[in-house]
Ligand binder design. Structure first.
Ligand code: NDP
Length: 275
C-alpha cells in the first residue's frame, strides 16, 4: 500500500505546529509541516525532532499561487495525492491595531478566505478516497454571521449558495469596506469574522459538491474552531494551550475509515455547532 500523507498549512508555530506534533504521534503516514518561510519551517522541524518526532517539510505560502501549485505538484508526484489536508494558516489584525478598516478587510480576506480557497482549488482534486479536509475557521465566523443582515445570513446558510456566489459576497464585503459602506450594506465590523464566515460557508459548499461529484470516495470536509488558544495571534489570557487547540482539528483529520459524519459541518470541542 502507498504511504499516506498529511499536510498542514501555517504550521511553523501556534496551533498548526501543535497539529503537526499530534499527527506525528497519531497518524500512520508522513506528516508535512509547511511554512511560508523556509528558515522558520526548518527551525520548527528541528524543535519537533528534539521531541523525538519526525515531520517532513515543504515550503508553502498560501498567498503565492506558484508556491501552492509547486507543493500540489510535489504531493501528486511523490504520493499520488493527499490523504489529509488541514488549512490552518491565517492572520488577524489585533484589537487596537490602527490600520484602516478598508486595509484590514482587504488583507485579512486575501489570506483567510481567498488564499485558503486557492489552496482548496489546487488540493481538493488531489484528495484521495477516504481523505479528510479540515479548514481551521473560528467561532468568530459564526458570531459575524449573526451580525450580518438577514438577507446575507440567509445566503450564507442556504444549501444552494455556489462557490461563485460566495466569492462575490466576499469581494463585495471588501469593496463596501473600501467605500466605508460595509455597515449600510449589512456587514459586521469585523474583517476576521467575515473571513471565517466565508471559510466555514466554503467548507459546506465543498462538502456538498464532493458528496455529489465523488459520492463513493468517502471524503469528509469540515470547518472547525480550535477554541481560544494561547498563540502569537491571541493573548496569554487564552485558556487553551496550542496542544489543546489542536484536539478538534486532529479529531476531524483522523475520523476513522468508513465514517460518514461529520461532513460539511462547523465543529467546536468535537461537537457539531449550529450554523
Ligand atoms: P499564529 O499566528 O500563531 O500562527 C499562524 C500561522 O499561519 C503561522 O505559522 C503563520 O506563519 C501562518 N501563516 C500566515 N499567513 C500565511 C501564509 N500566507 N502562508 C502560509 N502560512 C501563513 O495563529 P494560531 O496558531 O493562533 O492560529 C491558527 C489557526 O487557528 C488560524 O486559522 C486562526 O484563525 C485559528 N484560530 C485561532 C484561535 C486562537 O485562539 N488562537 C481561535 C480561533 C481560530 P508565519 O510564522 O510565517 O507568520
Amino acid at each position: 500500500m502507498s504511504v499516506k500523507v498529511a499536510v498542514v498549512t501555517g504550521s511553523n508555530k501556534g496551533i498548526g505546529l501543535a497539529i503537526v506534533r499530534a499527527l506525528c504521534k497519531q497518524y500512520q503516514g508522513d506528516v508535512y509541516l509547511t511554512s511560508r518561510d523556509v528558515g522558520r519551517g526548518e527551525e520548527a522541524v528541528k524543535s519537533l525532532s528534539s521531541e523525538g518526532l519526525n515531520p517532513k517539510f515543504h515550503q508553502l505560502d498560501i498567498n503565492d499561487v506558484s508556491s501552492i501549485t509547486a507543493a500540489a505538484a510535489f504531493f501528486k508526484e511523490k504520493y499520488g495525492g493527499v490523504d489529509v489536508l488541514i488549512n490552518n494558516a491565517a492572520i488577524l489584525f489585533k484589537e487596537g491595531d490602527t490600520t484602516p478598516f478598508a486595509v484590514q478587510a482587504d488583507v485579512t480576506l486575501k489570506t483567510n478566505f481567498f488564499a485558503t480557497r486557492d489552496m482548496l482549488t489546487h488540493f481538493l482534486p488531489l484528495i484521495k478516497a477516504g481523505g479528510r479536509v479540515v479548514n481551521v475557521s473560528s467561532l468568530g465566523g459564526s458570531w459575524a454571521l449573526k451580525d450580518c443582515s438577514p438577507a446575507l445570513q440567509q445566503r450564507f446558510r442556504s444549501e444552494d449558495i455556489t462557490e461563485d456566489e460566495l466569492v462575490g459576497l466576499m469581494q463585495r464585503f471588501v469593496a463596501e469596506s473600501q467605500k466605508g459602506k460595509h455597515k449600510e450594506d449589512g456587514w459586521p465590523e469585523t474583517a476576521y469574522g467575515v473571513s471565517k464566515t466565508g471559510l466555514t460557508t466554503l467548507s459546506m459548499i465543498h462538502a456538498r459538491r464532493l458528496s455529489k461529484e465523488r459520492p463513493n470516495d468517502g471524503i469528509l470536509v469540515n470547518a472547525c474552531c480550535p477554541g481560544w488558544v494561547r498563540t502569537d495571534m491571541t493573548s496569554e489570557k487564552a485558556p487553551k494551550s496550542p496542544d489543546e487547540g489542536a484536539i478538534t482539528p486532529v479529531y476531524l483529520a483522523l475520523l476513522p475509515p468508513g465514517a460518514t459524519e461529520p461532513h460539511g459541518k462547523f465543529v467546536s470541542d468535537k461537537e457539531v455547532q449550529p450554523w
